[in-house]
Design a protein around this ligand. Structure first.
Ligand SMILES: [Zn+2]
Length: 65
């Protein structure tokens, strides 16, 4: 499972199943994409499942503007 640790400078992306893996991005959308890539490559999560969190987030942001 992907978790995001946000700080003032960026977003640390970690996987609760892979203590050795992490990534760092400066934008939330990029952070979601990075997490999705990890889930599909390493955990064989189907892309349409892996992108759920991002599509929900994008939906919320689209509704706001
Ligand atoms: Zn993992």
């Amino acid at each position: 499972m992907i978790k995001f640790d946000r700080s003032s400078s960026g977003i640390l992306i970690v996987c609760t199943d892979c203590p050795y893996w992490y990534a760092y991005r400066f934008e939330q959308r990029e952070a979601y994409l990075s997490g999705e890539g990890h889930l599909t490559r390493v955990h064989d999560v189907p892309a349409e499942v892996a992108d759920n969190a991002r599509t929900k987030w994008e939906g919320r942001h689209a509704a706001r503007s």
